[in-house]
Design a protein around this ligand. Structure first.
Ligand SMILES: N[C@@H](CCC(=O)N[C@@H](CS)C(=O)NCC(=O)O)C(=O)O
Length: 211
């Protein structure tokens, strides 16, 4: 099995952090998306959406989508559980992970892709070109991120981690999103998010944060 990764990209980082928390090591192949390697025909066969990460199994099966890859490893290596423990807990973890993706990661990605010169004419991930940037999405993304930070801060007032009292995939998605948002100069607010700042410091200090 091998993981098609790109060290500078946020979605593969989610998978790397997940694997690090489970102490699982697998071979990694770098696909440099800045050099457009995701558009090579051999990679497109593995993932027609031309995005990383992709997990290739020994039988040739290719799994893309970060959460799907994490799900595979959760089933293979259940300890420590990072996607919930029973029916209720699993649903709560999924709820928070989806909130972190749709209300945090997606607006951050829209702001990054529509704001940074390196994505000029490549406003959508995995599309080789001809997708003009929409500058208005930068401000809208930043607005959504403000609301996202407030939501997380409220949740973390009574919880050690985002989905409760244990680290889960939702913490990984939120942490990677916050780090990614720095690329468009969005930082955690200086006041009013003390719980989020506390949590962020704790996640940043975990060895997996270096993955
Ligand atoms: N929903 C996918 C998103 C994957 C994605 O957008 N990957 C980005 C890197 S973070 C990519 O490969 N971009 C290719 C490009 O910029 O063309 C997932 O969760 O894995």
């Amino acid at each position: 099995m091998k993981l098609y990764d790109f060290a500078l990209a946020p979605n593969p980082r989610r998978v790397r952090m997940f694997l690090a928390e489970k102490s699982v090591e697998i071979p990694v192949v770098q696909v440099n998306t800045r050099e457009r390697e995701q558009f090579q025909a051999s990679f497109m066969e593995k993932n027609p959406l031309c995005t990383v990460p992709v997990l290739e199994l020994d039988d040739g099966t290719c799994i893309s989508e970060s959460v799907a890859i994490c799900r595979y490893f959760e089933e293979l290596h259940p300890e420590p559980p990072l996607m919930g423990t029973d029916a209720k807990d699993k649903a709560i973890v999924e709820m928070w992970n989806r909130r972190c993706e749709f209300n945090g990661y997606v607006p951050a990605a829209e702001a990054v892709r529509n704001g940074l010169p390196m994505f000029a004419d490549r406003g959508i991930a995995g599309m080789p070109g001809g997708v003009p940037q929409i500058p208005a999405l930068v401000e809208r993304g930043k607005q959504s991120l403000g609301r996202f930070f407030e939501m997380l801060d409220r949740q973390l007032a009574d919880n050690a981690f985002i989905a409760g009292q244990a680290l889960t995939i939702a913490d990984i998605t939120a942490f990677v999103t916050i780090e990614f948002a720095k690329r468009i100069e969005v930082a955690l607010p200086e006041s009013g998010t003390e719980n989020l700042v506390r949590w962020h410091g704790e996640i940043a200090a975990r060895p997996s944060a270096a993955a």
